[in-house]
Write a protein that binds this ligand. Sequence first.
Ligand SMILES: NC(=O)c1ccc[n+]([C@@H]2O[C@H](COP(=O)([O-])OP(=O)(O)OC[C@H]3O[C@@H](n4cnc5c(N)ncnc54)[C@H](O)[C@@H]3O)[C@@H](O)[C@H]2O)c1
Length: 362
Amino acid sequence: MDKTIVKIKSTNESSYPIIYGEGLINNAFDFIKQYTKANKFLVVTNETVMPLYGSKLKKDNVEFLILPDGEVYKTMQTLNKIIDKALEVKLERKDAIIALGGGVIGDMSGFASAVYQRGIDFIQIPTTLLAQVDSSVGGKVAVNHPSGKNMIGAFYQPKLVLTDTSTLNTLDERQFKTGMSEVVKYAFIEKTCNANQIYNFMDFLKKNKELIILKDHQILAKLIKICCELKSAVVNQDEKDKGLRAILNFGHTYAHAIEKITDYKKYTHGEAVSIGMKMIFDFALKINSISKEYYKEAIDLINDYGLITRLDFMPDENAFYNAMLSDKKIENSQIKLIIPKSRQEVKIEAVFDKKLLLEGIL
Ligand SMILES: NC(=O)c1ccc[n+]([C@@H]2O[C@H](COP(=O)([O-])OP(=O)(O)OC[C@H]3O[C@@H](n4cnc5c(N)ncnc54)[C@H](O)[C@@H]3O)[C@@H](O)[C@H]2O)c1
């Protein structure tokens, strides 16, 4: 069994490991019991993931809450259901909630863990590529509000992230690509992450394309590890999202606007991100921030993984701009863009020119 431990040092919590490998879920509690003193566990999952992996976690002291599947259920109402279930099964303060699923389940369960009895232990078992490389790491937990995504939430770090690459076998191609979009994003921001090690992640993704697409587990474990280490390096430097952490939102200013104007229904988050990354590369080329050679190399990489790069409709420019302005990251009505600067390097810049911002969207 292949496993690696990454430590994330947050300001007020002890470090926690992310353990990855193939088949770990079969012995999940061997790992979990090392990181919590909980006597009882509440597994929060959904109707898609439960039949696939729920049985792996069945034990006498484990209760289950099976939620409906979908981003539309990432709400305060569902959060209340988690709290109700925790109360019903008499979860005590030393007990733990386990999130078994993708980013939606992870974000909601983490938020429930943060507020239930002022905080109980939280364990993540992410089962989508996006959750394994991104949402399970870094401690952002939230639910949506009708006015916007992730508007109600907290920073709450788990005790353990247990990442089993074999759960990716059942993920459909669209969801796998959604995760790959965030993976490719790390390649474009690698140098600015300021991690201890240089991964040359663009080269890694180019060299190992076939194996990654075939879901070779050794290569996937390496890929997930690199992404987690890059993300944890950034989170270590800026846990509460006051500066550097913004780079993790590379491509996301456009992506969030795409999701908003399409009512979060037409595109998955990752699809919006790949379109958003193409838009920001177009923008960077227009303002001469990057060379034509790097632009071509970057777009080729996005295309190599079959990620979508264009909207298939003509958006209303004002609606798009207003959606960009309603992003959580806006400060004093300034749109802060993460702009490619050189190969695998980005800069954070406030951009005021509406016309320039919108030129890239069509
Ligand atoms: N907290 C963070 O830092 C952070 C970062 C990025 C994204 N997010 C959030 O993550 C969410 C998106 O996460 P996601 O892309 O994982 O979506 P998701 O949780 O909706 O999962 C996608 C689909 O895959 C299914 N699924 C999950 N695991 C499966 C498996 N192993 N096999 C087959 N099907 C499986 C789910 O039931 C769902 O239908 C969004 O709500 C986003 O806001 C949070």
